[in-house]
Design a protein around this ligand. Structure first.
Ligand code: DGY
Length: 324
């Protein structure tokens, strides 16, 4: 019997799986306050920092299972040095995160949140050709995707086949397999920014992507462009984004992630026109959250049974940057 400490609010079926395997589940509300001396498996969230000091407090630890695809919150090198497996939850959240990306893109372009507020506040606008709540067309426009991993490609498929959009992308290297069927064109970030009507971010957070979108990037974008970020908040310099929106350097933003969650830059909160702010909901559907929990549990149970984890990080045979 092993002790599995979980920061995630697991579903009844996960608890049943753990019981069936003969292990004990311990719910913890904060890593800092938890007694990890007997913990053999730790299920954690993106908001939990799992560094060498935490690992040091858990001498029995065999696996850290992050309930997220990204894992920048975990010191993977420190874990590997101690022979501790680290796992994430790739693939199972790709499609719902891509759905959410399109939801934000459409909501920002068509001003859905502003419209909803107007109706609820009794400001139902009269029908007019020059409608106060007129939006920006999505169909047939150009979408620039920054980071063409699993989620970027799922967004590109929806945009291309659902909305007839032209797809441009920037990634560490061209991806001919993704280009096929999408007519997607690889280009430099600078070219992409100058040519896209919508720019959607799908890169992991790394030292290289920190503030990749800064004042200069916004200067390079079209003044009619809308930025969508469902990747990581710190890929965008939020103060520079707020300024670019205030000065009309770009037209709008659909954001799901922030530099200092749960805090949002106060200037962003003031902006309404073509600006939609969601609270990190990319993978938040009933089905996907269950699939993420299930995968995290299966990783833990595999390691505790002496088997290799299903979705280790970094993935076997690669020393790649994390993929979204
Ligand atoms: C992820 O999986 O990395 C998401 O951002 C967590 O919701």
């Amino acid at each position: 019997m092993a002790i599995i400490a979980s920061r995630a609010d697991l579903f009844p079926e996960n608890i049943a799986d753990v019981k069936r395997a003969g292990h004990r589940l311990q719910s913890i509300d904060a890593i800092a306050r938890a007694d990890l001396r007997s913990t053999e498996a730790l299920i954690c969230l993106l908001s939990d920092r799992i560094d060498a000091a935490v690992l040091h407090r858990a001498p029995q630890l065999r696996v850290v299972a992050n309930v997220a695809v990204g894992y920048e919150n975990i010191d993977v090198d420190a874990a590997t040095e101690r022979g501790i497996h680290v796992t994430n939850t790739p693939d199972v959240l790709t499609e719902s995160t891509a759905d959410h990306t399109l939801a934000l893109l459409l909501a920002a372009a068509r001003r859905i949140v502003e419209a909803d507020t107007a109706v609820r506040e009794g400001r139902f606008p009269t029908w007019g050709l020059q409608q106060a709540l007129s939006g920006i067309d999505v169909h047939g426009k150009t979408l620039g995707i920054v980071g063409m991993g699993r989620i970027g490609a799922a967004v590109a498929r929806r945009a291309r086949h659902g909305f007839g959009m032209s797809i441009l992308y920037h990634a560490r290297a061209p991806k001919p397999d993704v280009e096929n069927g999408l007519d997607a064109r690889y280009m430099s970030l600078e070219q992409l920014l100058a040519s896209s009507d919508f720019v959607s971010l799908h890169v992991p957070f790394t030292p290289e992507t920190h503030h990749l979108f800064d004042a200069l990037a916004f200067e390079r974008m079209k003044s009619s462009a809308i930025l969508i970020n469902v990747a990581r908040g710190a890929v965008v310099d939020e103060a520079a984004l707020a300024q670019a929106l205030q000065t009309g350097q770009i037209a709008g933003a659909g954001l799901d992630v922030y530099e200092d969650e749960p805090n949002v830059h106060p200037e962003l909160l003031k902006l309404k026109k073509h600006v939609v702010l969601a609270p990190h909901l990319g993978s938040a559907t009933e089905e996907t959250r269950r699939a993420m929990a299930d995968l995290a549990i299966r990783n833990v149970l595999a390691v505790l049974a002496g088997k290799p984890p299903l979705t280790p990080v970094p993935p076997p045979s690669t020393h790649e940057q994390p993929k979204m």
